[in-house]
Design a protein around this ligand. Structure first.
Ligand SMILES: NC(=O)C1=CN([C@@H]2O[C@H](COP(=O)(O)OP(=O)(O)OC[C@H]3O[C@@H](n4cnc5c(N)ncnc54)[C@H](O)[C@@H]3O)[C@@H](O)[C@H]2O)C=CC1
Ligand SMILES: O=C(O)CCC(=O)C(=O)O
Length: 525
């Protein structure tokens, strides 16, 4: 039975789902060293934000198939290392959207009305009505940095509070911003005009210290900043100085450069509200993310695709459903062409034809690469690491798309160039879903792939087919089917044979000695 390690606390419903297919060990609070010790036993790892999945943990996880982050941000996982190891990384892109957005809005209103301080004051037996004069958010400018799922919900609710939304997100269209009733602006303008600024971007090299000394200098002195996205997007030291000097009016932080927050002057400031990374901490969100990620881990352990893999671009369930029959075709053609090409492959041309000539068909290119590398890497290559493995081996992959159709509604043409020359194959699907090899080295054929195949390049002349048949017969090899393809009579031709048995040692070189045979290849699919 598969084994899953759950290294942060997750809702029990997640454990229940995982238990349908695996032995589940919930072990929270482990150090990196402790995880490295035990991770080789596990097929899957599920976590929230407390576990940091380092390269060392990934590399120690020799059996790991999948790492599931019960939340959105995967910045606590070394995704490139996982990709290189062929480990799928999944998250829950929407499970905690509402929770995080509502937390940011709660922070904004708490800041504007001094709720945490007023609460403390009343609990300390005081009645300080003049000390806690707030500001309204109505008709104020809210700067939203990152207009993705959480930022959009914040913007929608804030508009209903009567706020004007200035949004910055270089990857969002004006149409989308218009739909949400937001004005897309550049960062300069957002910083200069906002009364409240809320951050909803992932942590990346570009967003690291997006708010620092220089940017704070451009803001209104009355601005209040809310960060419920990631620590490190604000330069904490610069923020502390601005809050201490009164350069800005306030801040509300759910996330920190170091978590848990250690010694920090932030704790001493009255114009700051701090929460311990609670953005996703609602009952609803915790059930949502646990179910979402546990289901994906269960599916992957059952050999099914994951719906929110962050490191398998484009392979969503919808795309998968549409492309499923062609994925097998692409992989088989990749495997076939790599065996024909023999030695080192320098480049692979992938031409997607007919109905496959769409941008959604990108996973077919990955499937072709997976097939190409399967001889060398066996089960080590998968949809996650195929592209990176090809790149690391210096194999250039060139994709072309040709929407015109010939005999089949969609076909895949692969050409491998390598140390032993160039070979090409084309494959298509019959209406029954069966695979056909329709072209070999530009010669038209029509054969189904089979476990053991023999291909020859020969001169089209009387008797040659009989000689090959007799030779195979003398070695007790049974022929299941046979096809010849040629372009001109008595010119060059190819022969494709499906065999019931593998070719015995030495037979291939005997075949190449038959007069008229130029080359012969044995292939195992
Ligand atoms: N405090 C908490 O507990 C939680 C925090 N989060 C954080 O919130 C972040 C946002 O989550 P979602 O809205 O679900 O993600 P999302 O992917 O839907 O949205 C992120 C948006 O940021 C934009 N973006 C990326 N780089 C940018 C840049 N340099 N400048 C401006 N915009 C940029 C993207 O175009 C995208 O629209 C997550 O990455 C995560 O780190 C998410 C959930 C809970
Ligand atoms: O697991 C959590 O509570 C944190 C959620 C979070 O930060 C995220 O989903 O990105």
């Amino acid at each position: 039975m598969a084994k899953v390690l759950v290294s942060d606390s997750i809702d029990p419903v997640g454990v229940e789902i995982l238990s349908q297919v695996a032995q589940v060990d919930v072990k929270t609070g482990l150090s990196a060293e402790e995880i490295i010790q035990i991770i080789p036993e596990y097929d899957a790892l599920m976590l929230r934000s407390s576990t940091r999945v380092t390269k060392e943990i990934v590399e120690a996880g020799s059996k790991l198939q999948i790492i599931g982050r019960a939340g959105v941000g995967v910045d606590n996982i070394d995704v490139p290392a996982a990709t290189r190891q062929g480990i799928i990384v999944v998250n829950s892109p929407e499970g905690n959207t509402i929770a995080a957005a509502e937390h940011a809005l709660a922070m904004m209103l708490s800041l504007s009305r001094h709720i945490p301080n007023a609460n403390q004051s009343v609990k300390a037996n005081k009645w300080e009505r003049n000390r806690f004069i707030g500001t309204e958010v109505y008709k104020k400018n809210l700067g939203v940095v990152g207009l993705g799922k959480i930022g959009s919900h914040v913007a929608t609710v804030a508009r209903s509070l009567g706020m004007k939304i200035l949004a910055y997100d270089p990857f969002i269209s004006k149409e989308r911003a218009d739909q949400l009733g937001c004005t897309l602006v550049d960062l300069e303008l957002l910083f200069a005009e906002s009364d409240f600024i809320t951050l909803h971007v992932p942590k990346t090299a570009e967003t690291q210290h997006l708010i620092g000394r220089e940017t704070i200098a451009k803001m209104k002195p009355t601005v209040r900043i809310i960060n419920c996205s990631r620590g490190g997007i604000i330069d904490e030291l610069a923020l502390i100085e601005a809050l201490e000097s009164g350069r800005i009016a306030g801040a509300a932080l759910d996330v920190f450069e170091q978590e848990p927050l250690g010694e920090s002057r932030l704790r001493e400031l009255s114009n700051v509200i701090l929460t311990p990374h609670l953005g996703a901490s609602t009952t609803e969100a915790q059930v949502g993310v646990a179910v979402d990620v546990a289901e994906q881990i269960r599916d992957v352990l059952l050999g099914l695709p994951a719906r929110s893999a962050v490191n398998i671009p484009g392979l969503t369930p919808d795309v998968m459903e549409k492309l499923r029959p062609y994925l097998q075709l692409a992989e088989t053609m990749g495997n076939l062409v790599s065996q024909l090409a023999g030695g080192r492959c320098d480049s692979l041309n992938v031409r997607l034809q007919g109905e496959l000539a769409t941008k959604d068909s990108q996973p077919l290119v990955v499937a072709a690469i997976k097939g190409l590398l399967s001889q060398a890497l066996r089960e080590r290559v998968n949809y996650v690491n195929a592209a990176i493995e090809a790149k690391e081996r210096g194999i250039r992959v060139i994709e072309t798309r040709d929407a015109s159709t010939r005999d089949y509604s969609g076909s895949i043409h692969l050409e491998a160039n390598g140390s032993m020359g160039t070979h090409s194959v084309t494959g298509a699907l019959l209406s029954t879903g069966e695979i056909r090899i329709t072209d070999l080295d530009e010669f038209p054929i029509n054969v189904p792939p089979s476990n053991h195949m023999l291909f020859t390049l020969h001169q089209d002349m009387p008797g040659i087919i009989g000689k090959i048949g007799a030779l195979l017969g003398s070695f007790n090899v049974n022929i299941a089917s046979m096809q010849v393809g040629r372009k001109i009579i008595r010119g060059d031709a190819v022969m494709a044979l499906s065999l019931d048995d593998p070719l015995p040692e030495g037979l291939l070189s005997e075949i190449t000695k038959v007069p008229g045979i130029r080359d012969a290849y044995t292939v195992k699919l």
